[in-house]
Each structure stands twice: as structure tokens, then as C-alpha cells.
Design a protein around this ligand. Sequence first.
Ligand SMILES: Nc1nc2c(ncn2[C@@H]2O[C@H](COP(=O)(O)OP(=O)(O)OP(=O)(O)O)[C@@H](O)[C@H]2O)c(=O)[nH]1
Ligand SMILES: [Mg+2]
Length: 321
Amino acid sequence: MTGTRRGAPTARQIRAGDRRALARAISAVENGAPEADALLKELYPTTGRVRVVGFTGPLGVGKSSLINALVAHLRGRDRRVAVVAVDPSSPFSGGSVLGDRIRFDRPASDEGVFFRSMASRGAAGGVAAATRDAARLLDAAGFEEILVETVGSGQVDIAIRDIASTSVVVLVPHLGDEVQTLKAGLFEIADVFAVNKSDLPGADSARRDLVELAALGGGRDGWRTPVVLTSTLGPTGIPELWDAIVAHEAFLDRSGGRPAAERRRLAKEIVGRVRDRVDAELTDGLESDPALRRLLDRVASRDVDPRTAAEQLLRARRRSR
Ligand SMILES: Nc1nc2c(ncn2[C@@H]2O[C@H](COP(=O)(O)OP(=O)(O)OP(=O)(O)O)[C@@H](O)[C@H]2O)c(=O)[nH]1
Ligand SMILES: [Mg+2]
């Protein structure tokens, strides 16, 4: 956060939909700032209503453009929608850098939309946990749909499954080789495929290929991944894409898959938070705690090997509890 402390954002401000408090709270999450902890503890019991949809796919396929079109579609249906762009690959880039990458054409006066970029700088529990916290803040502030774009490496990002209940993998026609190499990974991630830039030649054959692959994959827990052709010029296929997303959400409710998936995400989040804490404590301790420093000395002088040292540390932690 920049400047002097203006007082931590309160749960009341967030629930009232105060946009500046919301922005500051998300920054606190992103930076691992302590004021985020109390706030999120307080807000947690009343969150969980929001729908989080993730968008991933290779560089430049039109993820941001698609999200932009979906925002317009959802605003037309009076849904309050937030967009979060996350960059899991870059611990260094700040929000402003990312902000330059997304341009959305909603009127600034539209209070039903909120855009935000997030980097993974220092966020506790990793970028997925930070994004989930941002989603909780947005949920508490009354947003109903959250669209998350993962940018960065240009590769399809598995972390999206730790964030979103529905993951859309965006591809374009003539991604032949890329699709082949991504194949296994794609089907692990995609609940919905969007073949964007379908105004370009080859869209139909790309769809046929993906439908074929989806049939071979057999579908996850009985869900057959639909393939939707979209173009943000026009645009075309946007309502169909949203319907496919909603169909997957309905499937999660019908099949009973939602609670299991949510428990898996929560378990991962908790483990991530614990891992971060233990990591920080041990790393500090190895330099500052005399007993740990002695252990480190013995490893450095080859009296103890790193594996045995790690086992000793683990045993010592268990005993101390
Ligand atoms: N022909 C065509 N071009 C499109 C379409 N959608 C997006 N584009 C163009 O593709 C380029 C990339 O669009 P973005 O929306 O920034 O793509 P992205 O996947 O978010 O890109 P990164 O975040 O950088 O990975 C832009 O020049 C868009 O104008 C489409 O449906 N058809
Ligand atoms: Mg983008």
C-alpha cells in the first residue's frame, strides 16, 4: 500500500460496498498485510454466495476481450460482476503493470462492475489463496459473479482450479500443435472450452477436434466439456458461452460435486497458509534461533545431512506442541 496508513478498511465499509475500502482491502491481501487477517476472519461466515469463473489459455487468445464481452452480457441481465486478473507467474510485477493489460469498456459510473489486477507479491498462502480472499471481499461487497483471468506464462494455468468452480479454457483456431501438447492438461482444467476468434478460418474444425477429444476424455465425473465458438468482434457466442458456464454450475449442484470440490480447495488453502507460516518461521529460525543455527552449522560442516536435519526439525516441532 502506498502513502500513510489511513486506517484499515472495516467489515462494515466492505459490506456497504465502499469501493475504496474494497480496493485497499484487496491490496492488503495482495501484500500479506496484517489488517487483511482480521477483516477476512470477520467476513468469512457470511461469504460463499458468489460464483467464481476462471478463464485461462495461451497468450493473446482473447481472454480479456471475452471477459469484457461477458461483463456487458451480465450487466444486461443486471448481475453485479467483478473481474480479477491474476498474474501467478510474476512475484515482481505490480498491479499497475497488469492493469495496463486489461482494458474494459464499461462506463466508470457503473457501480455494478469492479475491475482489479492482482500480483502474487507476498500474499499469504499463494496466489490462489489471495484470489480467493479477494473473491470473499467482493462477495461481501455484494458482487454476484467474479470472472478471473490468469495471465502470465501464456500456458494454461492449473491454479485456476484452486480458485474457480468453473474453469473456461480459451483457445483459437489453428492451435493444432499447441492443443496436442496441452491435451492432457487441458482436460484436467477445462469445464468449458471457448474457441475464440471464430471469425478466423478453421474454427469449425477446431471445434470438431476438441469435441472429439472431449468424447475420448470421457468427461470428469460425468461432465462432458462443451465447446463454444465465440468471437469478440461482433460479438458472437457470448450468451452461449455464459449458458455453458451456468450449465456446468448447475451440474455441480445436481451431481453433488460442488461441496467436495470446495472442500478440496479449502484444504489446499489451509495447507498453503500453514506451509507459508512454517516456512517463514523456520527460515527465520535457522538464522536467529541458536539451536537451529547450531543444527545448520553441523549440516554445513557435514556432520549431519540435510534430510536428517529436516527430520529432527519436524520431530522438534511436534514435541513442542
Ligand atoms: N479476430 C479476432 N481477434 C480478437 C478476438 N478477440 C480478441 N481479439 C484480439 O486478440 C488480441 C488479444 O486479445 P486479448 O483479449 O488481450 O487476449 P488475452 O488472451 O487476454 O491476452 P493476454 O492476457 O495477453 O494473454 C487483441 O488484439 C484483440 O483485439 C476475436 O474474437 N477475433
Ligand atoms: Mg488478457
